[in-house]
Design a protein around this ligand. Structure first.
Ligand code: TMP
Length: 217
């Protein structure tokens, strides 16, 4: 499927970026802003907390060793259930909610693109609709990995040379999808939480036709 023929899902917003880029903090702030604006919404993330996602977490932590192609297929299976399963993304959007998701198709194109080549994740993800707005948190990996702090154990992907390749793969995948009709906002995530939040809430407000304050706490 060419980028231009991909389905775009209205009221679906996705945050993407390397590990430690700050999407989790911003996801919380977006949820708070949508609540203040009285907009029905669902804040969610991938990998999910469904059984497929929990299995993925065991592989990411290194507890379970699996071949990269297996992991690529598990991410696609987790995504399919998240999107099409009962109470999933399509259901919520169908009920009029805005869905904001931390990681989606682009994560597979970038991470699995590096781990096992772009062809497999591109094929596995070709049938998933794209979000109306994709926000890419751009941050040099030396900075983003520094933000992960002194966690005792890092996931298998949280390593500098891998993250550098992931960043290049993200930029390549974003270029490929630039003609898809999805709005792409690339933000400089090295700035303060408040500055990043102002840009993001502005873009989401524009997309949804809402005024979202940037009341960062
Ligand atoms: P998190 O740290 O944002 O919770 O994400 C878990 C890890 O999973 C992160 O290193 C990115 C990786 N990942 C993929 O490799 N492919 C995917 O499709 C998704 C959603 C995440």
């Amino acid at each position: 499927m060419t980028a231009a023929s991909r389905e775009i899902l209205g009221r679906f917003i996705v945050l993407e970026g390397g590990d430690g880029a700050g999407t989790t903090t911003q996801l919380r702030l977006i949820g708070e802003a949508l609540t203040r604006a009285g907009a029905a919404h669902w804040i969610t993330s991938e990998p999910t907390a469904n059984p497929e996602g929990l299995l993925i977490r065991r592989i990411l932590s290194g507890e379970l060793a699996r071949e990269p192609g297996t992991l690529a297929r598990l991410f696609a299976a987790d995504r399919n259930e998240h999107l099409r399963g009962d109470g999933g993304i399509l259901d919520r959007i169908g009920r009029g909610e805005t869905v904001v998701c931390d990681r989606y198709v682009l994560s597979s194109l970038a991470y699995q693109g590096v781990a096992c080549g772009m062809a497999l994740p591109a094929e596995l993800n070709s049938g998933f609709p794209l979000p109306e707005l994709l926000i890419y948190f751009d941050l040099p990996p030396e900075q983003s990995l520094g933000r992960l702090g002194d966690r005792e154990r890092l996931d298998i992907f949280e390593e500098l040379s891998f993250q550098e390749r992931v960043r290049s793969a993200y930029l390549e995948a974003l270029a490929l999808l630039s003609s898809s009709g999805m709005r792409i906002l690339r933000i400089d995530a090295s700035r303060s939480v408040a500055e990043v939040s102002r840009d993001i809430l502005g873009a989401i407000g524009e997309t949804l036709g809402l005024s979202l304050g940037d009341d960062v706490r």
